[in-house]
Design a protein around this ligand. Structure first.
Ligand code: IPD
Length: 278
């Protein structure tokens, strides 16, 4: 495998993400063609497909030997397999439900992983002009300004982000509701933005202290987990063990202490791993 030029990869991806942002910014104001995927609340629009195509075509032109995992390509039948090869992991529109309703919390998420570790992460909300970026070892930035986590360690002072998710499986729904019921009296506040990538990036920016979620996919986490750790945050599995991007669960926190405290309270849920049946 030839040496990867992280800065070049970042620059090419950033330019493409900005172009894709124009598409999302225009399309969010208009009527969308909506299709459903795994459930009645798991949506895709023509813009998700167009943005993914645009990103993959631009990146593969610049980096012909790189691999891709894209949300909509996987939905269309492509295998979701992460190898040691440089792999761009793409969510063309994270928060598709929000996008459909013109709720301006939606973003493009692009992560480059090499040898199963994150090297570059970009999360861009083109509607609110929030560009979160990170290159491994070089810090995390919002619109070019360095960001860092809050460093909060007390659960009672923590603002916690999670998501309802796109699965209507009764066991999953029960997990979501049980966690809300159990956590509400113990934390400062609970929030759900409707986009996991922006939820994790918000913790990176210090706008909240914890993000946890069961049932998301590698493309929801590939960029924002790097942004979080480069901002000084801590990422692990929801039970507290090492983070595994294909395991479909994540716990991000402003400090390891906070991650440990909340992991002990969470009702756990294990969806099928990414790459097993898709
Ligand atoms: C979804 C969003 C949502 C989360 C789901 C994701 P999508 O991504 O991040 O907040 O709860 O698990 O699948 O489908 O809008 O790209």
């Amino acid at each position: 495998m030839s040496e990867i030029d992280a800065k070049k990869c970042f620059d090419v991806a950033l330019d493409l993400v900005k172009q894709a942002g124009k598409v999302v910014r225009e399309a969010i104001k208009k009527k969308k063609n909506i299709e459903t995927k795994s459930s009645a609340v798991d949506l895709v629009t023509e813009s998700d497909k167009a943005v993914e195509k645009m990103l993959i075509s631009g990146l593969s032109e610049a980096f012909p030997d790189h691999k891709f995992i894209g949300e909509e390509s996987v939905s269309a039948g492509q295998k979701c397999v992460l190898t040691d090869e440089p792999t761009w992991i793409i969510d063309p529109i994270d928060g598709t439900m929000n996008f459909v309703h013109s709720f301006p919390y939606t973003c493009i998420s692009v992560g480059l992983w090499v040898k199963k570790a994150a090297l570059v992460g970009i999360v861009y909300n083109p509607v609110l002009e929030q560009m979160f970026t990170a290159i491994k070892g070089q810090g995390a930035f919002l619109n070019g300004e360095k960001i860092s986590v809050s460093g909060e360690t007390e659960l009672g002072k923590a603002l916690v982000f999670s998501e309802m998710g796109t699965s209507l499986d009764p066991e999953k729904v029960n997990t979501v509701l049980t966690n809300i019921t159990n956590l509400m009296p113990k934390v400062h506040g609970l929030r759900g933005l409707g986009t996991a990538a922006l939820g994790m990036s918000s913790v990176a920016a210090g706008w909240g202290d914890i993000f946890f979620h069961f049932g998301l996919c590698c493309w929801d986490m590939a960029a924002s987990t790097l942004i979080l750790t480069e901002a000084g945050g801590y990422v692990c599995d929801t039970e507290g063990g090492p983070f595994d991007i294909m395991r479909r669960r994540v716990l991000c926190a402003s400090s390891p202490e906070l991650a440990e405290k909340i992991s002990k309270l969470l009702k756990q849920y294990q969806p099928e791993r990414d790459g097993v049946t898709k």
